[in-house]
Design a protein around this ligand. Structure first.
Ligand SMILES: [Zn+2]
Length: 505
């Protein structure tokens, strides 16, 4: 994932919820926000002509009931992740996973088609690192996506130089030459600290470093290494555990020489042809107008990608399936896009936006699920005030009963960000931290503040697993997935049935 945002107010807002008791808060808050927003705007509350409330409520209730009566989405996600495993762009596994998914959608009787996308093909190859001094120890590494191999395909041995920031590196430039620069950077939230994963190699290369090892971008570690994309550089780069990064800094402070052997075969092959999968139910009255939802099918090569983002892709599919199964006829076309290549290039999202540019003015909203599929509490969205007020009203009327009707924040997913650039209101499904809710088998229950959402990356357990081998389907809960699918389906269907497209500024 890579969330876009222009406002962090929602997070503080959400933390305040906990004090009131979350469910009570939602009932109160959604009502309060709706009324105050409308008053602020000096607008009349949405009238009955805007949308048929009674009909919308009964349809939403039917969707919700149906969603909670079936565990299809979990079973399909478990099958996908167990059977095909990691689905890195360029891999055969991704293509097989797309073939299987498309065949299942066809079996559902839903219209599905492919749109070609050229995607990069980065290959990790074998890799290892060993601490040679002051003692011998294997170092867990995960080469960063886009990295090159160690020179001449041979192991590289060098003294490490540990820094804690780019400033630290710049001030001690002379010590970086010929060294493996280790970045032991405190996690200050994903959006902030990810700068180091992306740019450490390029920055250290300028100071004459021979390689970089970057502390995994995560709030917490259990010897886990988190890969992710990096910007092009002329030296190899890999992630190491929080534990090792801290250890190397302690060693350096004591005056001990930290000597490391690093071996990486990473390389990039020519681009490969892949595809976005698009499934839709054509609108009964305005088929040219759209509501778009989605998630991404690709994952990192070390992760099964259940959280990131098989869950998001599959709850989007399930949302369309629920509407289809119930025989509901949306006025506008409802469409789910299962994007490829979100992780290292966003070529799927870029291709979709380009191919559908003529529909930008006809797309009411685009909502992505890519920050985990735990207990949902609503959506965040960047759109006009008037559109936000309508969405707030819909959420309050149709989804507050299951706690997922909140509209707050301005985040939207990476894949829909290209539609946002074309003027489409863009949003993100918002979820509570996975430790909350009905996750009874969760050994971490009670850990931390227990309320943070998936987007509050300094606290969220989502980032314990993000881009690691531990992103497996056991972390997800069938009922939470059903809840996400119900929420996506109700937002999608109700917005598609409004009299007009959501208003823009
Ligand atoms: Zn993602």
């Amino acid at each position: 994932m890579f969330p876009h945002t222009s406002d962090n107010g929602a997070q503080a807002h959400r933390r305040a919820c906990a004090m009131l008791g979350f469910w009570q808060f939602l009932c109160l808050a959604t009502g309060f926000v709706a009324a105050s927003e409308w008053n602020q705007l000096g607008l009349a509350l949405p009238s009955a002509e805007k949308w048929d409330r009674v009909r919308a409520k009964s349809d939403a209730d039917v969707i919700i009931k149906k969603a909670f009566s079936t565990s299809t989405v979990y079973e399909r996600l478990a099958y996908l992740t167990d059977t095909f495993g990691p689905r890195l762009s360029g891999s055969t596994a991704l293509e097989s996973a797309l073939d299987w998914t498309k065949a299942q959608i066809e079996k559902d009787g839903i219209k599905v088609y492919e749109e070609p996308v050229k995607i990069p093909s980065w290959v990790r190859g074998r890799e290892y690192a060993t601490l040679l001094s002051p003692r011998t120890k294997d170092i867990r590494i995960a080469g960063l996506g886009g990295s090159i191999s160690t020179p001449d395909g041979k192991p590289l041995v060098a003294k490490a130089f540990v820094v804690t920031s780019f400033d630290d590196l710049d001030k001690n430039s002379h010590q970086a030459k010929g060294r493996i620069v280790v970045f032991n950077v405190e996690f200050e939230g994903y959006g902030t600290t990810v700068d180091y994963r992306e740019n450490a190699a390029g920055r250290a290369e300028k100071h004459g470093a021979v390689a970089v090892l970057v502390r995994s971008i995560a709030p917490y570690g259990l010897q886990t290494v988190h890969t992710g994309v990096m910007n092009e550089a002329g030296i190899p780069a890999a992630a190491i555990t929080l534990e090792d990064a801290k250890r190397f800094e302690r060693m350096q402070k004591r005056g001990q020489d930290v000597v490391i052997e690093l071996y990486m075969e990473a390389h990039t092959l020519p681009d490969r042809l892949s595809r976005n999968l698009i499934l839709e139910i054509p609108g009964s009255e305005k088929p040219e107008e759209l509501v778009v939802i989605g998630g991404h099918m690709d994952s990192w090569d070390i992760a099964d990608g259940a959280m990131d983002d098989g869950g998001g892709a599959f709850v989007s599919w399930e949302a369309i399936r629920l509407i289809h199964e119930l025989g509901l006829k949306p006025k506008r076309t409802v469409r789910a896009v299962l994007f490829v290549n979100e992780e290292n290039g966003s070529k799927g999202a870029i291709a979709y936006a380009k191919e559908h540019e003529h529909e930008a003015n006809l797309t009411s909203i685009a909502i992505e699920s890519d920050i985990g599929t735990f207990t949902p509490f609503g959506i965040s969205v960047t759109c006009s005030k008037a559109a936000k007020a309508i969405l707030t009203d819909l959420g309050q009327q149709l989804l507050s009963g299951i706690g997922s009707g909140n509209v707050s924040g301005t985040e939207y997913g990476e894949d829909v960000s290209y539609l946002y650039d074309q003027g489409v209101p863009a949003g993100s499904l918002q979820v509570l931290d996975f430790r909350v809710g009905n996750h009874d088998n969760n050994p971490c229950k009670g850990f931390g503040d227990g309320v943070s959402g998936g987007t509050d990356s300094s606290r969220s357990a989502y980032f314990w697993y993000h881009h690691t081998e531990a992103d497996t389907v056991d972390k997800l809960d069938p009922e939470q997935l059903q809840h996400c699918a119900a929420t996506m389906a109700v937002w999608t269907y109700s917005v598609a049935n409004l009299d007009s497209l959501l208003p823009r500024d």
